[in-house]
Design a protein around this ligand. Structure first.
Ligand SMILES: Cc1cc2nc3c(=O)[nH]c(=O)nc-3n(C[C@H](O)[C@H](O)[C@H](O)COP(=O)(O)OP(=O)(O)OC[C@H]3O[C@@H](n4cnc5c(N)ncnc54)[C@H](O)[C@@H]3O)c2cc1C
Length: 287
């Protein structure tokens, strides 16, 4: 289908974008890579009257180290992430996950900011950001605030973004040297959204799990942090009993939709398997 009519705006600064969003009101939407928004507009599930294109704001793109954190500008593309040696060295799980998002065409345009701001439970980056303890910088007419990724998601397509606010950057604390991480994503075919996916970041000491964080994608209306599952493996050597306990704890918080990717029982079943596989692979990578 053809999208509804809209006016196009291309501000050159965050201040101008925020001003436009405030003055144009609730019918104005930021557009980044357009790979989620434009399909929604074509289906007339979104009918914004004004699109505020963020591509003219150079300050929104780039990856830099700031002390013990990595700051990713909202307009940084998935392709930029994959091309970044800094990300490869400090946050290898983002490389692994970005490679599992769609296809190169989508990754050339799709942005990290758009992926995390979208609020689609199928997006991969939100659960990763929750697992890594990231926070989002939001800028609007009322000022600037930092919201932990874990507090950002309120429901499918509902987030902590207030009208008139733009997500400008994502700050990710660098995990400790020697940590292990893995993202396990089950999908029907290359380029598909997850049927179920799990992210794990852990550290090992003396053959046992010392710290662990687990996140889940597309297993509820929002990305989930599976804290009970993570606690179930701390202090263990990831033996079969500990893995089964973690999978059961993760399944207990899953509430996936029944859709073309499978019925609820199937998605919860494979969700638990993703958790076990991600734990084992992350542990094998830890030093
Ligand atoms: C064929 C196909 C397969 C895909 N498969 C996957 C997949 O497997 N996994 C996955 O994670 N994604 C997948 N995607 C989605 C893709 O990653 C999108 O690019 C991403 O979800 C949104 O990023 P974007 O930059 O395109 O945002 P846009 O589509 O431009 O925007 C998405 C939403 O976020 C808002 N927004 C964007 N940027 C900001 C900002 N800085 N501040 C505030 N609001 C903002 C927009 O207003 C809009 O509501 C797929 C897309 C396609 C077309």
């Amino acid at each position: 289908m053809i999208p509804g009519p809209f006016s196009y705006h291309r501000p050159a600064s965050v201040a101008d974008a925020v001003k436009l969003l405030s003055s144009l009101g609730s019918e104005a939407r930021p557009i980044a890579g357009g790979h989620s928004l434009i399909p929604m507009m074509k289906l007339r599930l979104a009918t914004p009257e004004h699109l505020i294109d963020l591509h003219g704001i150079a300050a929104l793109r780039g990856i830099r180290r700031d002390g013990n954190a990595i700051v990713i500008g909202a307009m940084t593309t998935q392709h930029d992430l994959l091309a970044s040696a800094l990300i490869g060295e400090t946050l290898p799980i983002l490389h692994e996950a970005a490679n599992l998002i769609a296809d190169p065409q989508v990754r050339y345009l799709g942005t990290v900011g758009g992926n995390v701001a979208n609020g689609d439970p199928g997006n991969d980056m939100p659960a990763l950001m929750i697992t890594l303890g990231a926070s989002y910088r939001l800028e609007g007419g009322q000022g600037t605030r930092d919201v932990p990724a874990a507090d950002f998601y309120q429901g499918a397509y509902f987030t902590a973004l207030e009208p008139g606010e733009i997500l400008t950057a994502i700050t990710v604390p660098v995990p400790p040297e020697g940590h292990g991480s893995a993202y396990e994503k089950l999908k029907r075919k290359v380029g598909d959204y997850a049927t179920a996916a799990a992210a794990v970041v852990l550290t090992m000491a003396g053959g046992k799990v010392a710290t662990c964080a687990i996140g889940l994608t597309n297993l509820s209306e929002t990305p989930l942090r599976a804290d009970d599952a993570a606690h179930a493996v701390i202090g263990t050597s990831l033996d079969a009993a500990a893995l089964a306990k973690a999978a059961a704890a993760a399944r207990a918080i899953m509430a996936p939709a029944a859709d073309a990717r499978g019925p609820v029982a199937y998605r919860k079943h494979v969700g638990g398997i993703m958790v076990m596989r991600a734990l084992q692979r992350a542990a094998a990578r830890a030093r």
